[in-house]
Design a protein around this ligand. Structure first.
Ligand code: SF4
Length: 703
């Protein structure tokens, strides 16, 4: 709050950053947010992290887009990134909404009608509301006529969702993170909650303080290790070996829950046969963790009265990401650590609405509520509701869409609030693909690296400038409320999507997000019992929620799974190496991720003055020993090179780094880490291997 000062107005809303979904209050004067304070929401109990508390003044940045923009004819896309976001008029000219919408829609319609619907694609956003995600996928499916619709979940938990759908018939968490208050063992693997889900981390720390045994599995050191019973610093990319060692131990030592396996699962015998060879003694040689420790952790987890597993991008962003998640699911099913208080599988969701955007159908293979687009009966029901045909085949995913654009198979795109020119792997390739597009419409709050390639830029409202519902990592649907007016001519995303839709021949008449929400609720059994009016009243309701008097179900699957047989399925995973291993030319392992103060591609937090003041420039994190061996001083500018590109940035000594591994955050445009990363995909989730590639570190002051 504001010390000693009463704000003119206060508006209850949510934090716009991570999937924890903290509730907060904006304090406002003169249409400006002066401060933010935490509210007593279910996911935060008044707590906020540094992003939620100090990361809000991006909305008042002078760089906000306030007028629709159309590319100047003399501004070639090959030189798109020469544009200064503070002065876009060198490359674009201002236009009225009417003209910009007309140019945007006409270009999309022309491509649809001349090259066919699959020559178009849309990227929606995990930062928009549920209603915006729903309307955007409805537009792409019924207005464009294609299922080429995806968003950044593909770069995040697509592999986890593939494994969860296959194993337990549902892609969301089985219990909220605060359920760890009832756990006696907590495993954190491939996640850094103190950085990426800081308020969730406080609940995990509280559980450890109460006496729960915390096991952190992470090749890097991290904040939670200080609270951990054990830190398993395994070799990067060998998760499956470590987890198979645990699975083997649990089966071999008779630590399974046979009654649970019999009643609720299928495929146990095959799992057993496929993991017989994966003894901890053999796995030690692969993952670097002593066999005795693998056995100790397996026993700890299996014998716990209640245990939870949390995971993040360190598990999912691998070519074997789906296999990693399959192993975690197998651990929980073998031991019955799911469906009871204090148990569960919790993939920590990244963006504030990545859960909701996925639920709403912003993915190429599923209609809302994960109903397969290839199922004729399901398609029929949506076609009846929407009054349009839906293409029967699944669309392409994020990286596949960029590859298709590069080949020329996709020539028109509508990108709402996503920044592939920073977030996607192998940036040289991605930026070439964006430049090749015949028609690119970008809807944004800033002139991002992606917007720089646009033909038309449509200025959108930021989070505090509109109403909408958002679904956090706990499956809690919550209301974000309009707190201030948008600058200039910026308009809400839902309004812009509707204007495009109507120019593509659809007839939409939504006058408020509430109407889109109620339509969506009618098509999504998971939120059937959560009316907009109830959301406004309660502020937060957990799904699945069947009826108006259903309180919402937090810990789920205590009595079977939403699969055809009602049983969960074990799926064994073989041990495969990452796509690109270090070698003599590229001896380091490069891993990428976030830092506490910055959010994803930095579009918001780099313009939040307090946050950018704390972490103002890019660093490459190396172990002190590696720095000494390479003769590099901390703070020295180095060049990091992979087979796909090179960037220059400063070196930082970091005792959390294991020798041979380097870490670069991907939020800095001036040294974009994704020039370096490997676009190789997990075959099931189609997620790229952002957590592992071979790299070389070069000194620059020798030149
Ligand atoms: Fe916002 Fe996440 Fe921090 Fe909560 S933990 S304040 S939701 S960034």
């Amino acid at each position: 709050g504001l010390p000693g000062k009463q704000p003119e107005r206060e508006v209850d809303s949510l934090c716009p950053y991570c999937g924890v979904g903290c509730q907060l209050t904006f304090q406002i004067e003169d249409n400006r947010i002066l401060a933010v304070k935490g509210r007593d929401g279910p996911a935060n109990h008044n707590r906020l992290c540094v992003k939620g508390r100090y990361g809000f003044d991006y909305v008042h940045s002078p760089e906000r887009l306030t007028k629709p923009l159309i590319r100047r004819e003399d501004a070639p896309k090959a030189r798109a990134l020469d544009v200064d976001p503070a002065n876009p008029l060198t490359h674009f000219r201002e236009a009225s909404w009417e003209e910009a919408l007309e140019v945007a829609a006409t270009g999309l319609a022309r491509i649809r009608d001349t090259h066919g619907p699959d020559a178009l694609a849309g990227f929606g956003s995990a930062k928009g509301s549920n209603e915006e995600a729903y309307l955007f996928q409805k537009l792409v499916r019924t207005g464009f006529g294609t299922n080429n619709i995806d968003h950044c979940t593909r770069l995040c938990h697509a592999s986890s969702v593939a494994a969860l759908m296959e194993g337990i018939g549902s892609g969301a968490v089985t219990a909220p993170f605060y359920e760890c208050a009832n756990s006696d063992v907590i495993i954190i693997i491939g996640a850094t909650p103190t950085v990426n889900h800081p308020v969730a981390a406080t609940f995990i720390k509280n559980a450890a303080k109460r006496g729960a045994k915390l096991v952190v599995m992470d090749p890097r050191g991290q904040g939670l290790t200080r609270h951990a019973h054990l830190h398993l610093q395994f070799r990067g990319g060998t998760d499956v070996a470590l987890l198979n060692g645990m699975i083997h131990t649990i089966i071999e030592e008779g630590l399974t829950d046979p009654a649970y396996i019999e009643r609720f699962t299928e495929g146990f015998e095959e799992l057993k046969a496929r993991t017989t060879a994966f003894t901890p003694e053999r796995m030690e040689g692969v993952c670097g963790i002593p066999a005795a420790t693998i056995r100790e952790v397996a026993r700890l987890y299996a014998q716990a009265k209640a245990a939870m597993i949390f995971w993040g991008m360190g598990v999912s962003q691998h070519t074997h990401g789906t296999d990693n998640a399959r192993c975690l699911i197998a651990l929980a099913l073998l031991t019955g650590q799911v469906g009871r208080p204090g148990t569960g599988l919790h993939p920590l969701r990244g963006q504030n609405n990545v859960q909701g955007a996925s639920d709403a159908g912003l993915i190429p293979m599923f209609l809302p509520d994960y109903r397969p687009v290839g199922d004729a009966e399901i398609r029929d029901s949506f076609e009846a509701a929407w009054g349009r045909d839906i293409a029967p085949h699944a669309g392409l995913t994020v990286v596949e869409i960029m590859n298709a654009a590069h080949r020329g198979d996709i020539s028109g795109m509508y990108i709402m609030g996503e920044n592939p020119a920073m977030s996607d792997p192998d940036q040289s390739h991605v930026r070439e693909a964006l430049a090749k597009l015949d028609h690119l419409v970008v809807q944004e709050i800033f002139l991002t690296e992606t917007a720089a390639f646009a033909d038309v830029i449509l200025p959108a409202t930021a989070f505090p400038e509109k109403d909408g519902s958002f679904t956090n990592t706990n499956r809690q649907v919550q209301i974000g409320r309009k707190a201030i007016d948008a600058p200039g001519d910026a308009r809400p995303d839902w309004w812009i999507i509707q204007e495009i839709a109507n120019r593509l021949g659809l007839r939409w008449h939504y006058s408020h997000p509430r109407e889109a929400y109620e339509e969506m609720r009618g098509l999504m059994p998971s939120i059937r019992g959560i009316s907009w009016e109830r959301l406004e009243r309660a502020g937060s309701v957990t799904y699945p929620c069947d009826s108006a008097d259903d309180p919402g179900q937090e810990v789920i699957f205590g009595d079977g799974f939403p699969t055809e047989s009602g049983k969960a399925r074990f799926v064994a995973a073989d041990i495969l190496p990452p796509d690109e291993m270090p070698d003599k030319d590229y001896p380091f392992v490069l891993t990428t991720g976030r830092v506490l103060e910055h959010w994803h591609t930095g579009a918001m937090t780099r313009r939040a003055t307090v946050l950018d003041a704390i972490e103002p420039e890019p660093f490459c994190h190396l172990s002190p020993a590696d720095l000494v061996a390479a003769g590099i001083e901390p703070g020295e500018t180095i060049r990091v090179r992979t087979r796909r590109g090179a960037i220059a940035l400063k070196a930082r000594a970091d005792t959390d780094m294991p020798s041979g591994t380097i870490f670069i955050p991907f939020c800095y445009a001036e040294a974009a880490a994704n020039f370096l990363t490997n676009p190789a995909l997990d075959p099931f989730g189609k997620i790229p291997e952002l957590k592992f590639c071979a790299a070389r570190v070069e000194r620059t002051n020798l030149e």
